[in-house]
Design a binder for this molecule. Structure first.
Ligand code: NAD
Length: 450
């Protein structure tokens, strides 16, 4: 196993190995336990191809694409599809591993999967993006299904992309299996994060950020705060997750003092207005432009900061909500937050974990903090399978207790075993997956679809 902090899959493996050492003493059949852990260190299956599409110019272009299916002992593989120029095989494998733990954290009946395409979607026209999305759906069509592997959006993918993919998937099903039409499981249940008109769920768009705020509420209680306005929050990333987290935290009275996007950030000591900042970002192109004092560009009296400066602000809660590996051994010593709430996947490296723990900075790990997204995807899948749509209130009322229970379980493990938040969360999540694999037996070569 590589020790590189910049290798996401090596990080994911290292996290699992650390937890396996602690869990191992609870198992009498240590040989079976070791076999199961060794299987979990690698995905069950990785699909890899080069997708070729015709650009608007008539030229052909190829894009590297992946789908990693990590584990399905607890249910179908589940995980998003990322379109980003920085996608790597290691990243997709790590993200699929984290999905396995994430689904186990809130107890939803899924395993872990993840997909990615190496592309900067800003360089594509809408028609090219559609062709690429349909090509990706063709690539994975034979390996997915409502009871096999259920993809969803991730960085730079959205409901429209899911709509193209589900449409392409249905066409392929109709071409390849015409006799089965009408007798199959609802094919819409093969993708989640779809637009409402195509079987999407109420509340899905804001679910990850909102559920993160449910966790924030419980966290600040444990940190001993009684007044929300005393809690300052800095958020890296102002996309789907970062924005909705900022919006709901602000609505509840927490003081959001800084947000950023890929171009940089804005810091407003007295607290900023996330909705106004989003409006400004739309007009100006980036949040770091949303700081000045003139009517033409004013959001608040703030100053522009770099992403690095944002991470090092003296706030109560630091919320990385962009990409992975942003808190490393190089900057973990400079983090001044009381707690780090990981809304992005994998933002803190294992080396940084150790430094944060030594410095008594509380960590709420990604697999718990951002589990609201996949949990609402699960609700969408359940609604598709039932053929019955829930209201937004029904969705939120089911989401909130799951997040609160998962946080309480983490805190209880953390206090009982005197471990950091990630280890505490992994202890119960990994145990659930290991137990499912051991119960099934034949773990050396088992897969649900055998
Ligand atoms: P998004 O594409 O909507 O937003 C990403 C944000 O990160 C944008 O504001 C972008 O400008 C910013 N960003 C990109 N590169 C950056 C950099 N180098 N430095 C600082 N900011 C940068 O994506 P999203 O859906 O909000 O996802 C964000 C993170 O949350 C990802 O790690 C994703 O895997 C994770 N996540 C998302 C969901 C979901 O429901 N969307 C669920 C669980 C986890």
């Amino acid at each position: 196993m590589s020790n590189s902090t910049q290798d996401p899959h090596a990080n994911a493996q290292q996290q699992l190995s650390t937890v396996a050492k602690l869990l191992r003493k609870n198992y009498t059949d240590t040989k079976a336990f070791d076999q199961v852990i060794s299987k979990l260190l690698q995905p069950d299956r990785v699909l890899e191809t080069k997708l070729e599409i015709t650009l608007d110019s008539g030229k052909k272009q190829q894009f590297q694409a992946y789908r990693s299916q990590h584990n399905n002992a607890r249910g179908p593989y589940k995980g998003g599809i990322r379109f980003h120029q920085g996608v790597t095989l290691s990243e997709v494998k790590a993200l699929s591993t984290w999905m396995t733990w994430k689904c186990a954290v809130t107890g939803i009946p899924y395993g872990g999967g993840k997909g990615g395409v190496v592309v900067d979607p800003r360089t594509l026209s809408q028609a090219e993006l559609e062709r690429l999305s349909r090509a990706y759906a063709r690539f994975i069509a034979d390996s997915i299904g409502a009871w096999i592997d259920v993809p969803a959006p991730d960085v730079n993918t959205n409901g429209q992309i899911m709509a193209w993919m589900v449409d392409e998937y249905q066409k392929i099903q109709a071409e390849n299996y015409p006799a089965r039409i009408g007798s199959q499981t609802n094919p819409l249940a093969t993708f989640t994060g779809k637009p409402l008109e195509l079987g999407g769920s109420e509340g899905r768009e804001e679910a990850t950020g909102l559920a993160g705020v449910f966790v924030l509420e419980k966290l600040v209680e444990k940190l001993g705060f009684t007044r929300k306005q005393d809690v300052t929050v800095a958020i890296q990333g102002f996309g789907n997750v970062g924005y909705w987290f900022a919006y709901h935290a602000d609505q509840l009275g927490y003081k959001v003092v800084a947000v950023s996007d890929s171009k940089g950030g804005v810091y407003v000591e007295s607290g900023l207005d996330p909705a106004q900042t989003l409006q400004c970002k739309r007009e100006q192109g980036s949040v770091d432009a949303c700081r000045c004092n003139h009517d033409s560009c004013e959001v608040q009296h703030g100053k522009a900061i770099t992403n690095q400066e944002l991470l090092e602000l003296p706030v109560t809660v630091l919320v990385p909500a962009a990409l992975e590996n942003v808190i490393t051994a190089d900057n973990a010593g400079k983090i001044q937050a009381t707690a780090v709430l990981e809304m992005a996947n994998g933002p803190v490296t294992p080396e940084a974990d150790k430094i944060l723990a030594q410095r008594k900075i509380v960590l709420v790990p990604d697999v718990l903090a951002n589990a609201g997204g996949v949990t609402t995807s699960y609700f969408e899948w359940v609604q598709n399978l039932q053929g019955y749509a829930w209201t937004k209130d029904e969705v939120i009322n089911k989401l909130r207790p799951l997040m609160e229970q998962s946080f309480a379980a983490m805190w209880e493990q953390k206090e009982r075993h005197h471990v950091d938040g990630r280890t505490a969360t992994y202890l119960s999540a990994v145990k659930r997956v290991v137990d499912a694999m051991l119960l099934r037996g034949g773990h050396e070569n088992h897969t649900l679809s055998d």
